[in-house]
Design a protein around this ligand. Sequence first.
Ligand SMILES: [Zn+2]
Ligand SMILES: [Zn+2]
Length: 327
Amino acid sequence: MILDQVGKPLALRESPTPEPRGCEVQLQVLACAVCRTDLHVVDGELPNPKLPLIIGHEIVGRVTRLGEQATLLSVGQRVGVPWLGWTDGECSYCRSGNENLCPRARFTGYTLDGGYAEFTVADERYCVSLPESYSDAEAAPLLCAGLIGYRSLVRAGDAKRLGIYGFGAAAHIIAQVAVHQGRSVFAFTRRGDHEAQKFARGLGAVWVGGSDERPPEELDAAIIFAPVGALVPAALAAVRKGAIVVCGGIHMSGIPSFPYDLLWGERTVCSIANLTRKDAADFMSIAPKVPVRTTTQPFRLEQANEALSQLRSGKLQGAAVLLPSQS
Ligand SMILES: [Zn+2]
Ligand SMILES: [Zn+2]
């Protein structure tokens, strides 16, 4: 599925099987989950994508060929390919454990070709080992919804009463981890979205409501996964003094101005940018212990635009997953 220009749906056309170079491996794509970031790329909301581009950054693949310098992986191995595809390893961010902020970083399905395809290539040093217990489709959403969600949860600190705004793919994974850690999850959905509210309750949320509602108690932290800037003041109004509001998405609509009172009391607002390889290793070791169960809706590769439009309309429960090898 190739994106020739932003603002257009993807076109399905034959692309040559990519050759692995250097530290890259060639992968047969077994599954690729569909992320809201894919919509932001297609819509042109993120600057300077590689064009033409194959999107998709939650790839489960089987190694089919090795580049001449690849030594870590072997042919036949199943691995995951996440959003972080390459970093320079030498800048001050990389050297201080913050490779997610590397100014020269390359990202799968944005500045590198991704997984809406039958084959792809990835730098083996950025591939993620996957827990055996997950099927290809079940593992795919762990690779972004899970990883970025987990980084957001870690940033929320030891908050006991945790608000989650936007109950999609990331929230459905992270709510399970939070409940497993003994936290109380307060789930905020679009007003009147009873399906999403039922889904959140089923995953252990102690309270569910519309994002315009105030929770029954003050929260210790909130994570915003919905790309809606108006949720920032809403979340600030719902948290206690000293609490943090974590914005987990890569893109958000403008944040409306709000009274300083909402920030007063040493409240913090922060964003989560990308992920590190350590986040991936940490999360993949925790996920099977919870155990995190992913709710997925399968699509064939040629249904990618349909999957994206269902995500856009909020119709999906859990995560859409493309299964190219079954097309
Ligand atoms: Zn760097
Ligand atoms: Zn993503």
